[in-house]
Write a protein that binds this ligand. Structure first.
Ligand code: NAD
Length: 320
């Protein structure tokens, strides 16, 4: 029998791609999203339009609405839960911490509590590389201590991992936390470096490079992440945490040069000091995900940026 997966945050960057991948593999998807205006809602609607098909059923609904989410579980009995809805991003959490607590902590607790009633085979959810805080040791490994977050966003993600552990240990719910490392690619998030820089460059506005561009990120291409999520959904473990990254570190300044090359325009750069809450480098150790999830990222940064820019030129043809 075909299994149903419930995806929260289906109008989001990662959720929409995971939904598409599952449907491509002949699976049924129920998606929820509240289409909030954390960034341009028309982009979320366009993602929904793009993935529309009979196998993907999308409900506009808030994960904080316990009754509505409970109804969906009762009617649909999802075999797997893929919980991606969140207030995402470190910077906005500096100025708006309360919404992070509500969406990420309370929202996840709602889903865990409802999952306890219906006991899906697997509950997979998005954590983040930001839980590693200012970890000086690279690459970041799942065994490293993550008790010292440096943003509220990271603290809420760590809280979701702790709550999932409780539900696994008290009720035997299979939970898997996926710590994503800076995801980029077509249909990405406008607040993230790749998209933000491209928009600013094409609008003739300066881009801000923190720590004078001397920052390193483990940029991970969207399709690699989506394949990792799908693979994880199919592999229930009691309670696990995995890094999903590319496992290579790119210097921010080199990353900008690739965008410039693909867009055919030079950026005006503002070199600035380190931002509070930001970390100078992220780099994933993905040996555990390789071994247990068969995770195998295949997209190098050159190809990934090219594919992003090709999409950007079409979606934002008004800027060219
Ligand atoms: N993109 C990355 O680089 C990255 C890195 C680390 C972790 N993550 C995590 O991965 C997940 C997906 O990230 P994304 O980049 O696709 O973000 P996104 O903002 O594009 O997607 C999140 C979606 O959740 C929805 N949502 C938010 N609050 C909701 C609520 N209360 N009820 C229902 N829907 C709600 C939003 O409308 C949005 O469509 C998030 O949990 C994020 O924290 C992302």
């Amino acid at each position: 029998m075909r299994k149903t997966t419930l995806i929260t945050g289906i109008a989001g960057f990662i959720g929409s791609r995971v939904a598409e991948l599952l449907a491509d593999r002949g699976e049924r998807v129920i998606g929820v999203d509240n289409l909030n205006d954390a960034y341009d809602v028309s982009l979320k609607k366009a993602r929904i339009e793009r993935i529309k098909r009979p196998d993907i059923d999308i409900r506009i609904c808030d994960i904080l609405d316990y009754e509505k989410i409970d109804d969906i579980f009762r009617q649909e009995r999802p075999a797997r839960v893929c919980h991606l809805a969140a207030q995402a991003g470190v910077r906005h959490s500096l100025t708006n911490p309360l919404i992070y607590q509500r969406t990420n902590v309370e929202g996840t607790l709602n889903l865990l509590e409802i999952s306890r009633k219906y006991m899906p085979e697997n509950f997979v959810f998005a954590s983040s590389s930001s839980v590693y805080g200012g970890n000086e040791k690279v690459p970041f490994s799942e065994n490293d201590n993550v008790d010292k977050p440096i943003s509220i966003y990271a603290a809420t993600k760590k809280a979701t991992e702790l709550m999932a552990h409780v539900y696994s240990s008290l009720y035997g719910l299979n939970t898997t936390a996926l710590r994503f490392f800076t995801v980029y690619g077509p249909w990405g998030r406008p607040d993230m470096a790749c998209y933000k820089f491209s928009t600013l460059i094409m609008s003739g506005k300066p881009i801000e490079l923190f720590n004078n561009g001397d920052m390193f990120r483990d940029f991970t291409y969207i399709d690699d992440i989506a394949r990792g999520v799908v693979s994880s959904l199919k592999r229930p473990f009691g309670c696990e945490v995995f890094n999903l990254g590319n496992s290579r570190m790119e210097r921010l300044a080199d990353f900008v040069a690739l965008i410039e090359e693909n867009l055919g325009r030079k950026a005006e750069k503002l070199m600035l000091p380190m931002q509070p809450g930001d970390v100078p480098r992220t780099n994933s150790d993905i040996e555990k995900a390789k071994r247990m999830l068969d995770f195998n990222p295949q997209t190098n940064i050159e190809d990934g940026i090219r594919m992003f820019c090709d999409w950007f030129k079409t979606y934002h043809s008004d800027l060219f």
